[in-house]
Design a protein. Structure first.
Length: 240
């Protein structure tokens, strides 16, 4: 597979106004226990480099040397791999406060997947050497990173199980996994990207959503907003 080389993301020639605020804002949303966010903020802030990435530009490619871990500060990022047909299969879609590239921490070699910006974004880059040094000096950081990686393993296990189901149950399970607000869930990305994430086509996704609506399980308010009408029924449907 041809390597993509270094990402098009770059450090601005002049530090962007509010860089300190950008870093502290992102670290406050990091996926660490609340009890660790305060102590670990001063440890991670000095080794964080803000990168500005325009929509559609890569951050790293599959098999590129895994030399950094990233944290989304603003915007939206996706991680993906090619499927057997040559199309891109989206593994994760991330917003502010979510990390990616964690494989760089404890293993040598390349990244197991590619990543790119879905929208104009800012990400924080933590070089592997600096991060490992911080982990050696702060054992609490090691536990925090291990917790993040355990969560990623659980996500991938769930995703693998979902690929064995038909599109409808996969969609139902995905909707149930989203944060709910007053009975509604908001899709974090377009239906085209969601179809990639679920390993299907936009047309099949639309038919699956139509089935959920016809069965009275959900109601679509807008393109990105869906109300769950029957959670128990949706859970049963997700089980196939």
């Amino acid at each position: 597979m041809e390597k993509r080389g270094r990402p098009k993301a770059s450090v601005p020639k002049e530090r962007a106004p509010g860089t300190g605020t950008l870093i502290s804002e992102a670290l406050s949303r990091a996926p660490f226990p609340d009890s660790l966010k305060g102590p670990l903020g001063p440890v991670l802030a000095p080794i964080a480099t803000p990168l500005r990435v325009k929509a559609g530009n890569p951050i790293f490619g599959q098999d590129d040397t895994a030399d950094s871990v990233y944290l989304v500060a603003r915007g939206k990022v996706r991680v993906y791999i090619p499927d057997p047909s040559g199309k891109e299969r989206t593994l994760r879609i991330m917003g502010p406060g979510e990390t990616f590239g964690e494989a760089a921490v404890f293993m040598d070699g390349g990244y197991p997947a590619s990543s790119s910006a879905l929208a104009d974004s800012w990400v924080l880059r933590f070089p592997k050497g600096s991060l490992l040094g911080a982990i050696r000096d702060n054992p609490a950081l090691a536990f925090a990173v291990i917790g993040v990686m355990a969560g990623r393993l659980r996500e991938l296990t769930t995703l693998l199980g979902a690929t064995l189901k038909e599109v409808g149950p996969r969609l139902a399970g995905y909707l149930l996994s989203l944060p709910e607000n007053e009975g509604k869930v908001r899709l974090p990305t377009t239906k085209v990207e969601l179809a990639r994430h679920l390993g299907t086509s936009p047309e099949s996704l639309s038919r699956a959503l139509g089935r959920l609506k016809a069965d009275g399980l959900v109601r679509e308010h807008k393109s990105y907003l869906i109300r769950i009408l029957d959670r128990e029924g949706l859970e049963a449907f997700a089980l196939g």
